[in-house]
Design a protein around this ligand. Structure first.
Ligand SMILES: Cc1cc2nc3c(=O)[nH]c(=O)nc-3n(C[C@H](O)[C@H](O)[C@H](O)COP(=O)(O)O)c2cc1C
Length: 446
């Protein structure tokens, strides 16, 4: 069978993934909590035959640098993902519904129960994005002054995911026999109690909901570090990759797929979706203009703050129309090395003013601007060279970006035989070509 690409989309708070999207006249500034609007958005993605509609999250509002966050309100006013996805389930029947829940600030039992329930409610369309979280704002909401170190967060995440999967296997698929003649609602022999005592969790019990339609909801991850990649190789079924060029993407793809054998997994057990920020136009020039118009809407406080975050320097007092004095910058990065090095390269080679720099800075990503056929060309090239199995589309402005994509790019991909004409199955696993996991308890006992 011909290999087909998978398509997911990031909701970007309902207004889009550009920091100034909420101010754009074609967006709904109140989208992030407007359930009628968000239903319309997911319906549109389903008309485009997308595999996955995805809601990112962090369990915290930012409480510092509000001069910038008040103009770039990412995660400042959002619905809790599982609640939102449950509401979106009733507006759709085929598209997969995925959301983030952090392993650093919840318990395995909660997450197992929530996503098993979501998988029942959606008839097999649920996906959990496993993240360890990367900001101290979240930590402070859960009794910690700051995040635990990266390695410990991932160690906890590993134990967390294993335990969630064990709980999802509490019941055999046919455990609830509901035999009225014998008066037997379930068969006790087909129930498997979990006894777990690990470094981070202690649990002695069983999930109080039947094994879900997909067996296990789909597990997503986006970790980029060694430990993140290793956890993905062991447990993830979808990975969001974020390379900004096809060569890096291909190298990362081969590297991650190559790690699977160590865990007894086949390359096809994990699908890698490349993040792809795009702006569409009827001509390339129109797309470029649209993208630039958005960049121009970034408030200087936001531009300074975003740049300063990645340069690990306070730029708040610097004049906008002069280059950043080099003595104000650290010699090397402590947080995002790739972002830091990327900006320093531009500074060294072109010496732009602070304003020029933030107006062109895209945080390691390169937004692809072009016509539908140009965008389809890029997607085809990445996909056929096996740099990815599909894409996480990032539309700068919603709903317009998605609308244009469904009207222009999806038919083009379909014409080229790269994307489905219609859903073949009904579950997210069907769309992604992922097998339904066996129940490990049944397998070991029988
Ligand atoms: C498409 C995509 C979506 C992501 N969604 C979230 C999210 O919702 N919440 C979150 O805390 N991190 C999110 N991340 C960040 C990753 O989970 C991860 O923290 C980051 O890639 C750094 O990896 P590392 O922790 O292995 O260094 C996302 C990353 C990507 C590429």
């Amino acid at each position: 069978m011909k290999r087909m690409m998978s398509l997911g989309m990031l909701t970007g708070g309902g207004t889009g993934n550009h920091p100034a999207a909420w101010m754009h006249p074609d967006t709904n500034a109140g989208a992030s909590t407007d359930i009628a609007f968000l239903r319309g958005l997911v319906e549109l993605a389903e008309r485009g035959k997308f595999d996955l509609f995805f809601v990112a999250d962090t369990p915290a509002a930012r409480t510092e640098n509000l001069h910038a966050w008040s103009r770039f309100p990412m995660f400042m006013n959002v619905l809790e993902p599982v609640t939102l996805l449950t509401a979106l389930a009733s507006a759709t029947s085929r598209i997969g519904l995925g959301g983030t829940v952090s392993t650093s600030f919840s318990e395995p039992y909660n997450v197992a129960r929530q996503f098993a329930s979501l998988d029942h409610v959606t008839a097999g369309r649920a996906a959990w994005n496993v993240v360890t979280s990367a900001n101290d704002y979240a930590a402070r909401n859960f009794g910690q002054a700051m995040l635990p170190p990266h390695a410990l967060r991932y160690e906890r995440a590993g134990e967390f995911v294993d335990l969630v999967r064990k709980l999802w296997d509490t019941w055999d698929d046919d455990a609830f026999i509901r035999d009225r003649d014998r008066g037997l609602y379930f068969d006790p022999a087909r129930m498997h109690v979990t006894h777990h005592e690990g470094k981070y969790f202690k649990l002695d019990g069983a999930l109080n909901v039947a094994r879900s339609p997909q067996g296990h909801p789909v597990i997503i991850q986006a970790g980029a570090s060694e430990t993140g990649l290793d956890l993905a190789a062991r447990t993830a079924e979808v990975v969001f990759a974020s390379a900004s060029n096809p060569d890096d993407a291909k190298r990362n793809y081969d590297d991650l797929k190559g790690r699977l054998a160590k865990y007894g997994r086949a390359p096809d057990d994990l699908k890698i979706l490349a993040g792809l920020p795009i702006v569409l136009g009827r001509t390339q020039a129109e797309a470029e203009d649209k993208a630039q118009a958005l960049q121009d809407m970034i408030h200087p406080d936001v531009g300074r703050f975003r740049l300063g975050t990645d340069l690990e320097a306070d730029l708040s007092d610097l004049p906008l129309d002069e280059p950043i004095p080099l003595h104000r910058l650290p010699k090397s990065a402590n947080q995002h090395k790739a972002f830091f090095d990327g900006i320093m390269k531009i500074i060294r080679e072109e010496n732009p003013t602070l304003r020029q720099l933030y107006l062109r800075y895209e945080r390691g990503r390169k937004t692809i601007k072009g016509t539908p056929s140009q965008i389809a060309d890029v997607m085809e090239a990445w996909f056929t060279s096996q740099a990815c199995d599909g894409f996480m589309m990032q539309f700068q402005v919603l709903p317009g970006g998605l609308d244009d994509f469904v009207a222009g790019v999806v038919p083009e991909l379909q014409r080229r035989g790269l994307f489905r004409l219609d859903y073949a199955g009904s579950t997210l696993r069907d769309h992604l070509g992922l097998r339904r996991p066996e129940n490990t308890n049944t397998r070991s006992s029988g």
